[in-house]
Design a protein around this ligand. Structure first.
Ligand code: NDP
Length: 240
């Protein structure tokens, strides 16, 4: 039977590319999303991948969502914690609400996503956890104190999970994308985007598929000894 993979935020952007790459590699994929039904339904129609709506910031929703995926597809062997948001502002203007929203979604959301499926992975002596971090978690970024804190936190999460899961056949790794051409980045004003591209030695944004291929490798049997690592995919923007 095909291994089951859950991808949070798997209906758009990088997550959609990951969902498609894992389906192409033979996994039974479930794509979670937050609330953009139109995008999720279009994705489902295009790919045939089932979509599941829940908020990763809510532990009970994550638990119920994972249980539903398992009832539909079978035990979850692979979890890709990809869902994420930005609420950018310079620190002196950042509101507690902007801080909280990003922490709740990007950091607590990873706990909420992995925690319900972890016991099953331990029991079955196999699991793959991949967290989508960011170059800005490695180097920090102007106006992203909240976001950078969560993405640096992701790296601490996988390094700790790696130590806890290794004996149980579970690996946990992070992928740190540089700037990737998704709606999140295309929403940045064009002038800012041009200045970002000017700082990337590759001279271009990355493609979602370039991140998806890293994930497909990390969840494969071939990557069984890679545990607690961080793969940087950023066009030589930063060496972390
Ligand atoms: P997009 O904004 O294009 O897509 C975000 C996805 O996450 C959507 O499917 C969205 O669902 C889902 N999502 C957002 N909030 C929640 C939530 N609370 N619960 C469940 N799902 C949620 O993002 P990207 O593809 O650009 O980013 C994906 C990940 O990659 C993020 O973690 C981001 O931080 C990281 N990243 C992105 C980079 C980039 O350059 N784009 C660079 C480095 C890291 P819905 O469609 O319903 O809104």
């Amino acid at each position: 039977m095909a291994r089951v993979a859950l991808v949070t935020g798997g209906s758009r952007g990088i997550g959609a590319a990951i969902s498609k790459a894992l389906k192409a590699a033979g996994y039974a994929v479930a794509a979670n999303y937050a609330g953009n039904d139109d995008a999720a339904n279009a994705f489902k129609a295009e790919t045939g991948i089932p979509v599941y709506k829940w908020n990763v910031a809510d532990y009970e929703e994550c638990k119920a969502g994972a249980a539903q995926v398992e009832a539909d597809l079978g035990p979850i062997d692979i979890v890709v914690a990809n869902a994420g948001i930005t609420r950018d502002a310079p620190f002196h203007k950042m509101t507690p609400e902007q801080w909280r929203q990003v922490i709740d979604t990007n950091l607590t959301g990873v706990f909420n996503t992995v925690h319900p499926v972890w016991p099953g992975m331990r029991e079955r002596k196999f699991g793959r956890v991949v967290v989508i971090s960011s170059v800005n978690g490695q180097k920090g970024q102007f106006a992203q104190v909240n976001y950078a804190a969560t993405k640096a936190g992701d790296i601490g999460i996988v390094r700790s999970l790696a130590q806890e899961g290794a004996r149980a056949g579970i690996t946990a790794n992070a992928v740190c994308p540089g700037y990737i051409a998704t709606e999140m980045v295309m929403a940045v004003p064009e002038k800012v985007r041009e200045s970002i591209i000017a700082q990337i030695p590759a001279g271009r944004l990355g493609e979602p598929e370039e991140i998806a291929r890293c994930v497909a490798f990390l969840v494969s049997d071939d990557a069984g000894f890679i545990n607690g690592s961080t793969i940087s995919a950023n066009g030589a923007q930063f060496f972390g």
